[in-house]
Design a protein around this ligand. Structure first.
Ligand SMILES: CC(C)(COP(=O)(O)OP(=O)(O)OC[C@H]1O[C@@H](n2cnc3c(N)ncnc32)[C@H](O)[C@@H]1OP(=O)(O)O)[C@@H](O)C(=O)NCCC(=O)NCCS
Length: 171
């Protein structure tokens, strides 16, 4: 893989085809195009994409969708294209959301995650999310319990985000 320059942008309708392609490859019960359209039209949506810059175009390599109502900002979706995992892109997206939402008054960030999803749980713990409960058989296909995790406060600590490799240009 050559050098990679990634930036985080507000999600817009032009991104949705690429997002849904990733969504279908990643989640057993993927959101549809229409779900994303509706999501980004909502005044409560805080949704972003990570795009890789190319010579004359951009490629969506990850995305995050959250719903922020007053102090509460629920993270509904976060995913990266599997070719681009473990390179700091998920962290870039999460950090962007937390900073942005915090400025707009968010103080609590709840989410659900499959309890077997080690990569996601590790990502959330890195940012200071704590486990507050579980929902029995919350997921289908395959059935699994959800962990409920919450970040209180929404301040990025020095510990939470490594310098994303993606900013530096990966080789
Ligand atoms: C979860 C996900 C978004 C993480 O994105 P990513 O870009 O790979 O994550 P990052 O490179 O920013 O890694 C952040 C941290 O996650 C952890 N992590 C990432 N991949 C991991 C893996 N395979 N195993 C264990 N921990 C992992 C590490 O703690 C890492 O911290 P570090 O930077 O100190 O090494 C990505 O794995 C993904 O798209 N998974 C499929 C979709 C999904 O499960 N979404 C969550 C639904 S709740």
């Amino acid at each position: 893989m050559g050098k990679m320059y990634i930036s985080v942008k507000k999600m817009n309708p032009e991104h949705i085809d690429s997002i849904v392609e990733i969504e279908r490859a990643v989640f057993p019960t993927p959101w549809s195009e229409n779900s994303f359209y509706q999501e980004i039209q909502s005044v409560y949506s805080q949704s972003f994409v990570a795009v890789m810059q190319r010579a004359d175009s951009e490629k969506v390599v990850g995305y995050l969708s959250a719903c922020c109502v007053y102090e509460e900002c629920t993270i509904n979706r976060i995913a990266c294209h599997y070719h681009y995992r473990n390179k700091g892109i998920g962290s870039m997206l999460l950090e962007h959301l937390i900073r942005h939402a915090h400025i707009h008054g968010a103080k609590i960030f709840p989410l659900e995650v499959r309890e077997s999803n080690r990569a996601a749980v590790a990502l959330y713990e890195k940012f200071g999310f704590v486990r507050v409960g579980a929902r029995k058989r919350y997921y289908t296909g395959p059935p699994e319990d959800a962990l409920v995790m919450v970040l209180y406060g929404g301040k990025i600590t020095g510990m939470s985000a490594r310098e994303p490799e993606a900013h530096k240009g990966l080789t």
